[in-house]
Ligand binder design. Sequence first.
Ligand SMILES: NC(=O)c1ccc[n+]([C@@H]2O[C@H](COP(=O)([O-])OP(=O)(O)OC[C@H]3O[C@@H](n4cnc5c(N)ncnc54)[C@H](OP(=O)(O)O)[C@@H]3O)[C@@H](O)[C@H]2O)c1
Length: 316
Amino acid sequence: MTAPWPCLPGPSAWLRDIFMRARFYIHETNGPPIVLLGRNGRRPPGRAAESGALIQSRHPFVNIGYDHGNGITMAGPTLIIGATGGIGRALTHRLHAAKQPLFLIARHREPLEALATEVGAGWATADVLEEQGLRDAIAQATGTGDGVSGLAYCVGSIVLKPFKAAKTGDYLDAFRLNALGAATAVHAARDALAVGHGSVVMFSTVAVQQGFPNHGVIAAAKGAVEGLVRSLAAELAPAIRVNAVAPSLTNTPLAGPLTNNEQMAKAIAGMHAIPRLGEPDDIAAAAAFLLSSDSSWITGQVLGVDGGRSRLRTKG
Ligand SMILES: NC(=O)c1ccc[n+]([C@@H]2O[C@H](COP(=O)([O-])OP(=O)(O)OC[C@H]3O[C@@H](n4cnc5c(N)ncnc54)[C@H](OP(=O)(O)O)[C@@H]3O)[C@@H](O)[C@H]2O)c1
């Protein structure tokens, strides 16, 4: 479907950028000025699938983007909180390769600044346990009023403790970091996510679907994340989609205490139907899919990326 050019809402930095790139595309292809119309963030058919097509949604929420022919339709930056970790970094690289503009958040400035410089992203340091700091950082990304197209909350913990040793503080700490931080991040970004018709991705764990000894603290906190995903997905639809990825043990700095022990890593790998540990990019691939317009009819879901561990028992 075509419409007369131009067909753009008010000026802003990223719209000007899209405008310039669209003009370049039109010039390069010698084609007619086109604006392709899509619905609900879905990738429209026909020429929109070509690299460089300009998209405008008919959805009441303004959703104009630049489809690179890879399923990622941009409508403002994607926020990655915990961008310098194992999974956050892999996701950052994936989305950068898909030419998605990014805004990165973590606590430590040096690795964050280096990563942001590498991928040309905006960035801000913040501790998710300090509410105002987190809100201020997110406001830096959303302050233009242009909307954001995604938010990935890649912060979390792995707490392994026998039930008899777990203290009240362990439960509260795990809840604050894994669930409350995610809720606060979405709360701070919700208007911008609505404008950008955005997608939220949180992280659970295989230990919610499958009971394991010594996982009570983390299973309780991640169970809260899964409940949050379903509730927010219902409440924020149709403007914002909310999903989670639930990994099994994955080779990241967080899992180091388990994976650095070769014997233990081998034993745990062998418990999976696909007998290896996860790699950060296994998890990032699922998160990138849930952030992209290829998943535009998926919301309120928890996607297990776990070598089959949550569902399958191949031994015994
Ligand atoms: N790896 C696994 O085996 C596994 C399994 C199941 C679920 N998960 C979940 O997957 C998600 C990503 O895990 P990961 O393994 O990639 O973790 P990771 O390697 O430890 O990375 C964590 C990231 O979050 C940042 N961060 C940590 N605490 C923060 C805080 N208080 N405020 C702001 N940023 C903070 C870290 O950077 P700074 O230190 O600079 O802040 C880093 O960028 C988590 O939710 C985790 O629970 C992981």
